[in-house]
Design a protein around this ligand. Sequence first.
Ligand SMILES: NC(=O)c1ccc[n+]([C@@H]2O[C@H](COP(=O)([O-])OP(=O)(O)OC[C@H]3O[C@@H](n4cnc5c(N)ncnc54)[C@H](OP(=O)(O)O)[C@@H]3O)[C@@H](O)[C@H]2O)c1
Length: 430
Amino acid sequence: MTRPLSIGVAGLGTVGAGVLKLLSDNAALIAARAGRPIIVTAVAARDRARDRGVPLEGLRWHTDAVMLAHDPDVDVVVELVGGSNGPAKALVEAALAAGKPVVTANKALMAVHGAVLAKQAEAAGVTLAFEAAVAGGIPAIKGLREGLAANRILRVVGILNGTCNYILTCMRDQGREFADVLAEAQALGYAEADPSFDIDGVDAAHKLAILAALAFGRPVDFDALYVEGIRNITALDIKLAEELGYRIKLLGIAAAVEGGISTRVHPCMVPVSHPIAVVDGVYNAVVAEGDFAGRVVLEGRGAGAGPTASAVVADLIDIARGRSTPVWGAGTADLARIPNVPMEQHRGAYYLRLMVLDRPGVLADVTGVLRDHAISLESMIQRGRAPGEAVPIVLTTHECQEAAMRAALTRIAALASVLEPPAMIRIETL
Ligand SMILES: NC(=O)c1ccc[n+]([C@@H]2O[C@H](COP(=O)([O-])OP(=O)(O)OC[C@H]3O[C@@H](n4cnc5c(N)ncnc54)[C@H](OP(=O)(O)O)[C@@H]3O)[C@@H](O)[C@H]2O)c1
């Protein structure tokens, strides 16, 4: 067997400790698959006294993560600190500048700075690998970039945030409201103390930006995404969706559409018959549609020490074997400048729920506004009668343009008989 591959691991939290454990527990099979042992020689974290649950004896300890890039006993730098800037970015830049391959699980870094970092890796002639950055243990990046490399990808759809999927699943199964389930998820450690990155869709958007770049062979562009989270989803909408034959999921969707690529993260109603509708709890899924392969569905654990370490070590085995792929699937000079189609131009069907005063003429007012904006109705449900009181009206529309829908909603919200801001959820037939 040839010389071991020596790695330096920055960050010894959930993922970092998981990587050390996996490299130790499966050392023999990893060495066989990598063609040589993969050994940790140095680590970096802040608190030296903390018990990480893994032995650290004999490893060089750096309090400044960037020092791993300059450690002569480190062949490959593994960045598991997190954050799009700060020490993570400084370390990755320093490692690439030093000509060392990098493995990272950092979706924020790759989504925001991935285009520049890819150029830097290419110029240095070293690998920058990030399988763990999207959907944890699911080999979504290899699946798209290598497995489906011969296909023109038409669309990628993903459940990319386990916290949101868990919350929506609990809301559906237990008929509970968002705030209540979120508080419980925080108490159980499934949601962060500051949950905004997850529930406002930012984390899913980081991952979708990465998938979109790989699927469509264009530079990663996080700012181009439309992003909406799940804060406004109610138990009532989830129940009404079920009655209409849909499930509500927070999806990331990147699709080839007229005029370019549309990239968006928002709650969607998906038909219960679609494979993504039954991906529940903390599970993630990525569905890719290739022109020759057809639909490919990947499902698995999107986070946690084991699944994420599995993806990190898969990248390390590639590096040990000398298997290398351009960061974004093609060289940076060969990436296409495909325009992003703004959300206002999105075309789709919509679910609307209005809380209205039960009195004559209300429906005519609402449908009149929709007619003015050339939006045609597919169905309409009004439940119960409570003259003079609030009742829900549920409308679903045929395909129309987002800009028209937004203009109509502004007018509907201003009607005297409409008592709450309307709930609007996009219907995806997929
Ligand atoms: N957790 C998951 O399930 C998961 C899944 C997929 C991807 N990821 C990504 O993996 C990365 C790590 O996530 P995690 O959950 O393992 O995070 P974490 O548990 O918060 O661990 C972060 C680690 O980074 C260390 N650190 C922070 N600032 C540092 C600095 N200035 N210098 C040196 N070390 C520093 C911390 O040191 P101390 O321990 O001493 O404080 C800690 O060990 C992130 O990019 C995350 O997005 C995580």
